[in-house]
Design a protein around this ligand. Structure first.
Ligand SMILES: Cc1ncc(COP(=O)(O)O)c(C=O)c1O
Length: 363
């Protein structure tokens, strides 16, 4: 393929080249039926097979325990900021959600939940502009709450939870939008894990929701049908027409990931990619990493340069060399290299080489 850059954008993010090529090849004629995947019914045998196979691949990749269900939910990750409190606050009479404010999306989720019941922010790193993950001890978790909510990887600030909090009988809910399938994770630790699909999974607009079966059925009667997890479970996410193209792309990505050796193999490469950048930053007197070392993300590497003028030159020159979308989020500034599963080691090496040369010229 010509003109493909190394895309460090935070999302929608880069997809594997092999996936893009396969989608292109199959676009006009899905499996020899003479029509595109986006032209056939979501109730057709061909689509049903695709959905079943997507479930199978996903279950294998994350070693999904028997008592968990997979839902493909409309509306991206932010819709889950509403869906989580709607579906889980009623689990206990307190109608209460506990939140850890570890970044902008966590903050937004806590604000949204206030529409539906009581929200208690049990810890926050806002005062240091989210440069670390706050510590949670078991005594901080009110056992009367419906759930405890965390953002497992903070996309904007480049931090992640390395050890998940112990919440007793309170189900732990994780927004894993920017890291699902990037590291081996024991799903049994969670009540719900959700992810917007536009980073490690495929195109935007859907969320994948992994939910423990006993947590279904707590949404109040007046809940819109398509915000109730139980609806998605009952109808295998086919109550109405889902984003069939996104599910098709997710299937291709999961096939690709399986071919790469699965999550464990991918995690090794991801660690290698992140270490390449963090080691370079830490040993340079020129670049400074944003997140505290113990909480650093391996998906979003945030750093800065000495001064705005150098930063702008860095971004411009990097762009000219095919290192695309490195500008940090407007809430933080600096540089953010999002190195999701699809970013090859070769792309990170190209960035590291560029950084070394830039430092030699300007340091
Ligand atoms: C951790 C996290 N949560 C939520 C969102 C919001 O996703 P969406 O635009 O799909 O609502 C993002 C988007 O980047 C994110 O990184």
């Amino acid at each position: 393929m010509t003109n493909r850059v190394f895309n460090f954008g935070a999302g929608p993010g880069m997809l594997p080249t092999a996936v893009m090529e396969k989608a292109q090849r199959e676009f006009m004629d899905f499996k020899g039926i003479g029509a595109s995947i986006i032209e056939i019914s979501h109730r057709s045998k061909d689509f049903e097979e695709l959905l079943n196979d997507t479930d199978r691949l996903f279950k294998d990749l994350i070693s999904l325990p028997e008592n968990y269900r997979l839902l493909y939910v409309h509306g991206g990750a932010q819709m889950q900021f509403s869906a989580v409190p709607i579906n889980l606050m009623g689990r206990t009479p307190a109608r209460k959600g506990l939140y850890v404010d570890s970044g902008r999306f966590a903050h937004m989720a806590a604000q949204e939940a206030q529409r539906f019941g009581e929200v208690q922010v049990i810890a926050s790193s806002q005062s240091t502009n989210y440069d670390h993950i706050p510590e949670i001890t078991p005594d901080m978790v009110d056992q009367d709450a419906g759930y405890c909510y965390i953002t497992s990887n903070n996309t904007i600030f480049g931090t992640r939870w390395n050890r998940f909090p112990q919440t007793g009988t309170v189900p732990l809910v994780a927004d894993s939008t920017s890291e699902l399938l990037s590291r081996k994770t024991d799903i049994n630790q969670f009540g719900v894990v959700f992810a917007g699909t536009q980073k490690n999974l495929g195109p935007s607009g859907l969320a994948l929701v992994i939910i423990r079966e006993d947590l279904l059925g707590f949404a109040p009667k007046e809940t819109p049908n398509l915000l109730d997890y139980a609806t998605y479970h009952k109808d295998h996410s086919l109550t109405n027409t889902p984003n069939t193209f996104a599910i098709y792309m997710i299937h291709l990505v999961l096939e690709w990931l399986t071919g790469q050796g699965g999550v464990e193999a991918m995690e090794k490469v991801n660690n290698q990619k992140a270490a390449l950048l963090y080691d370079l930053i830490d040993t340079s007197g020129f670049y400074t990493a944003y997140a505290r070392p113990q909480d650093r993300s391996i998906m979003n590497v945030c750093f800065n340069l000495p001064g705005e003028e150098l930063l702008n030159r860095f971004l411009k020159e990097a762009g000219a060399q095919g290192l695309y979308a490195l500008k940090g989020h407007r809430a933080l500034g600096g540089v953010r290299a999002s190195i999701y599963n699809a970013m090859p080691l070769e792309g990170v090496r190209a960035l590291a080489n560029f950084m070394k040369t830039f430092e030699q010229k300007n340091g």
